[in-house]
Design a protein around this ligand. Structure first.
Ligand code: AMP
Length: 217
C-alpha cells in the first residue's frame, strides 16, 4: 500500500506515520528525517541542505527527487510506503508519478491532515525527539511515560529539539507549505484519491481516522 500524508508542519504526519507502520506492514519515508540524517553524517548533501532547512525553505527538487527515487527502490519498500514530507512541489509530484509508473506501482491513498493554523505554533514549539530513534514527543501533549526515557527504544541517551522549530523558521516553513505544497492538493483531488482527516483531535483519534481509511485499501 502506497500512501502520501499531507499537511502543514506540526499537523502530526510524522507521529501518525510511525504509528501506522507496523499495523499496515508498511514503512515511513520522511524526507525531513532523511535530510537530518545527511546533515548529521556531514555528507555533501547534508552540508548544502543544512542552511536551507535552518531557514525554513525547501531543498531543491533535484536533490529530493533523487533521494526518494533511491529510497523507494530499496527492498524494505516492497510492501509499500507512507510518504511523509514528499512531494512538496509540483515538480516532485510529477516525478513521483513517473517513478511509480516505471515500477508498476500506484498511489492507494493521499490523505491530508487538516488543522487550524493557530495551534501549529504551539505544537511545534513544544516538540522534541529521542536522540537515538527519533520518536516524537511534546512538552504538553505527549511526554515520555518515564521522564528522560524514550517509550519506543528505551534509550536514556537524551532528547533533541529541531533547530527549525523556532518561531521565525516556523513562519517560513508554513509559508513554504501554503505557497508550494498546498497547491498540490487539487492535483490529487482531481484524481479522486484525496481524503481528509481532522488533525485537531487527540493523537489516538487521528490514528483511528487514518486506520479507517487505510483499512479500505
Ligand atoms: P520536515 O521534517 O518534513 O518538516 O522537513 C524539514 C525540512 O527539510 C523542510 O523544512 C525542508 O527544508 C526540508 N525538506 C523535507 N522534505 C522536503 C521536500 N520534499 N522538498 C524540499 N525540502 C524538503
Amino acid at each position: 500500500m502506497n500512501v502520501i500524508l499531507f499537511g502543514p508542519p506540526g499537523c502530526g504526519k510524522g507521529t501518525q506515520a510511525r504509528r501506522l507502520e507496523d499495523r499496515f506492514n508498511t514503512i515511513q519515508l520522511s524526507t525531513g528525517d532523511m535530510l537530518r540524517a545527511e546533515v548529521a553524517s556531514g555528507s555533501e548533501i547534508g552540508r548544502k541542505a543544512k542552511a536551507v532547512m535552518d531557514a525554513g525553505h525547501l531543498v531543491p527538487d533535484g536533490v529530493m527527487i533523487a533521494m526518494i527515487a533511491n529510497r523507494i527502490d530499496q527492498p524494505d519498500c516492497k510492501n509499500g510506503f507512507l510518504l511523509d514530507g514528499f512531494p512538496r512541489t509540483t515538480a516532485q509530484a510529477r516525478a513521483l508519478d513517473e517513478m511509480l509508473a516505471e515500477q508498476g506501482l500506484r498511489l492507494d491513498h493521499v490523505i491530508e491532515i487538516t488543522i487550524d493554523a493557530a495551534v501549529l505554533a504551539e505544537r511545534l514549539a513544544g516538540r522534541f525527539n529521542c536522540a537515538r530513534c527519533g520518536a516524537v514527543y511534546h512538552d504538553k501533549f505527549q511526554r515520555p511515560k518515564v521522564d528522560g526515557v524514550c517509550d519506543v527504544c528505551g534509550s536514556s541517551t537524551g532528547f533533541t529539539r529541531r533547530v527549525d522549530d523556532k518561531a521565525d523558521t516556523v513562519k517560513a516553513r508554513l509559508k513554504a507549505y501554503d505557497e508550494q505544497t498546498a497547491p498540490l492538493l487539487p492535483y490529487y483531488q482531481a484524481r479522486e484519491v484525496l481524503r481528509r482527516v481532522d488533525g485537531m483531535g487527540s493523537i489516538d483519534e487521528v490514528t483511528r481516522q487514518l486506520e479507517a481509511i487505510l483499512e479500505q485499501a
